[in-house]
Ligand binder design. Structure first.
Ligand SMILES: [Zn+2]
Length: 660
């Protein structure tokens, strides 16, 4: 069964007499699937072991009578009050040692044994009841795992789990002492029981302990999800899929890891989240998050929550202008969403998310949003039918690493330097050039890409170095950046001249560097002046060709960007964070050298993206601006020009029958 559009529905928030009206309105809108149940534990189990699923059955059947199928969420992001009072150790403890209380959501410790027993009982009962239900098509485990945990849990259960994780990783306390460099500040341990979760200290932390803690927390969340996946797989019909709704670049848990246990990944997309700068998040950031989720499992995904109105908790975001919700929907589809589920069906009258608006307003009467999305659904569905399940290859890959991100969070060097910030600089240049991008982990297949960009490869090991070496030797075009090869996997500095094992591939050494605090560095390339930011590696080329040099400071004339031929390929080293002009110059050089093709040229604020279909390719032309735009297209497309209203979009098929 194929699904294209759905909504997130909370029948428990409304009188049962209303459900039929909702189902009729959904059917008329073109809705085929709803997600339900992911926050309704107390409605399912008001007392321990007393299950009430009749209401859910009735909701499922009411919808099914209108051809609408159900995805069930396990409600484990909101343990009930009765459970928390019975087993208060379910509540998480923050890094100050304070217990976080009941009253919001995700007030749970994910290693807590009592909590897992409660989950096992409920999820088993849910699976027994709905695991073979003809109108339940799949499951979502929990909700936005890692997202609500501003601070992870530092309770005694988590501390014990951390010790077990360390014991398994290092085997002996001597090895842990070596790997963490505990000789510094007399931090040596003589027993694993002396190790604590890294709570607030008077001053500083051991960077190796912090990196392992972040990895442990990610592994714990993945284990928490896997625990539920195993129960569902044990009891449910294999035709029911299992997924989880991720949050783009949220970094508490590795989505590469979550993806391994799921049939596909889902993502929640809120372009105008109230947390974003008005009027909404930058277009390239929205595109990047979609590409990232596709990359985390290397396949298309669902949007499990696509913005359907004003967002808000205490404060509210902007009201999406006419066209904007459709534009954002089209952008999700253009980057690999096979199914789009809107959040939420109807604005709720109560609770924290009273102002997180749905397709229907509080009144329940269809208005502008309903009419607009009806047109959008009708317009996009034919293209979604043609492209569903087919991934679209890209020529450029960006290597994304949670470990590198964690290590840079622990020691950002320059307070303005972030791993994601640098990733986004490279992505943005590609986005502006209308070049499709895949994200992949450093475990992924590099050989698929003509150009591979690996920002801030700060932690290196011989296996990773060998992988980069082989990629270049066999003809790849590799970009490595500043601070490559500084540390090993446990966050200890390598005792080598930078960049270490990749020196010959890059044809350089990095004898010195400079942190550009509150200043930028003039950089000269082909007689033009640009700017480097945050950091500068001072390069000493051996075989590399110098492309750009420092044009200021005491090291004026020193190379900062180089390119080296190695084997059949080329390796670039970018020793600073380029400003926008320098990045554009660099990217045009890279795309030319690697012979990467673009989808074409488009006016500022207009995005081009491509989906491969069964018969032909489809170009999505997305106008993110508030003015009409006309876009000229190449001869490979069946229209040579499209005109778009403000926030409009168009989908254009390829001219020929043949696919490349
Ligand atoms: Zn805990």
């Amino acid at each position: 069964m194929s699904f294209y559009f759905g909504v997130d529905y909370y029948p428990e928030h409304w009188p049962q007499e209303r459900w039929e009206t909702d189902a009729v309105l959904m059917e008329q809108l073109g809705i085929q699937v709803v997600r339900m149940g992911e926050f309704s534990w107390t409605k399912m189990e008001p007392k321990e072991g007393e299950f009430h699923f009749e209401w859910l059955d009735q909701a499922i059947n009411t919808l099914a009578a209108h051809g609408i199928q159900t995805v069930l969420g396990t409600p484990t992001a909101a343990p009930p009050a009765w459970m928390v009072r019975q087993d208060p150790d379910i509540l998480p403890v923050d890094s100050h040692g304070l217990r976080r209380e009941f009253g919001g959501r995700h007030h749970d410790c994910q290693s807590n044994h009592h909590y897992r027993q409660h989950i096992r009982r409920l999820v088993t009962a849910m699976a027994a009841r709905f695991g073979h239900h003809p109108h339940v098509v799949g499951w979502q485990v929990d909700n936005e795992l890692g997202n609500s945990h501003g601070d992870f849990c530092y309770c005694p259960h988590c501390e014990a789990a951390f010790r077990r994780w360390l014991q398994q990783k290092y085997g002996s306390i001597e090895e842990l002492n070596r790997a963490w460099g505990t000789a510094f500040w007399s931090q040596e341990y003589s027993d694993f029981h002396q190790i604590i979760s890294p709570k607030v200290t008077p001053n500083g932390h051991n960077p190796s302990q912090m990196l392992d803690w972040k990895r442990f927390c990610s592994d714990l969340v993945a284990d928490f999800m896997r625990f539920q996946v195993h129960i569902l797989r044990q009891y449910c019909d294999p035709r029911q899929f299992i997924t989880h709704n991720c949050m783009g670049f949220a970094d508490k848990v590795s989505y590469f890891e979550l993806g391994k246990d799921l049939d596909f990944l889902s993502h929640d997309q809120y372009p105008g989240g109230y947390f974003a700068q008005p009027p909404h998040q930058p277009n390239q950031r929205l595109a990047a998050e979609l590409d990232f989720i596709r990359g985390c499992k290397g396949k298309n995904f669902w949007i499990m929550e696509q913005q359907a109105g004003i967002t808000g908790w205490e404060c509210m975001g902007r009201n999406p202008a006419p066209g904007q919700l459709g534009l954002w929907t089209a952008q999700s589809v253009a980057h690999g969403a096979d199914t789009v589920v809107y959040f939420r069906w109807r604005s709720c009258l109560f609770g924290t998310e009273q102002y997180w608006h749905g397709i229907l307003p509080h009144s329940g009467k269809p208005g502008r949003t309903y009419q607009e999305l009806k047109e959008v659904i009708a317009a996009l569905r034919p293209y979604m039918e043609e492209t569903q399940g087919i991934t679209t290859p890209a020529q450029v890959g960006i290597v994304y690493s949670y470990d590198q991100n964690y290590a840079m969070q622990i020691q950002p060097h320059n307070p303005k330097l972030t791993y994601l910030g640098q990733v986004m600089k490279y992505y943005t240049a590609l986005y502006r050039a209308n070049v499709p991008v895949d994200f992949l982990s450093d475990q992924g297949d590099f050989s698929k890409y003509k150009l591979l960009i690996a920002p801030l490869q700060y932690l290196t090991n011989p296996e990773l170095e060998e992988k980069y070496r082989n990629y270049v030797a066999q003809g790849g075009h590799l970009v490595l950046t500043m601070r490559t090869g500084v540390k090993d996997d446990t966050n200890l500095c390598h005792p080598h001249t930078l960049p270490g094992g990749l020196s010959d591939v890059l044809g350089i050494e990095v004898p010195e560097y400079d942190c550009l605090w509150e200043t930028s560095l003039p950089v000269q390339w082909d007689g033009e002046l640009f700017s480097g930011e945050q950091w500068c590696d001072l390069l000493a080329p051996s075989t590399a060709k110098t492309l750009a040099v420092a044009a200021g400071e005491w090291y004026a004339g020193t190379p900062v960007i180089t390119c080296n031929r190695f084997g059949q390929g080329q390796a670039w080293y970018v020793g600073t964070e380029p400003d926008e002009e320098l990045m554009n110059k660099l990217m045009s050089e890279l795309l030319r050298a690697a012979d990467v093709s673009s989808l074409g040229e488009a006016p500022e604020g207009v995005e081009l993206a491509c989906r491969k279909g069964r018969e032909r390719n489809y170009l999505f032309v997305l106008n993110h601006t508030e003015t009409p735009q006309t876009v000229a297209l190449g001869r490979e497309w069946e229209s040579r020009e499209v005109s778009l209203p403000p926030y409009g979009f168009a989908v254009v098929g390829s001219a020929g029958e043949e696919l490349e």
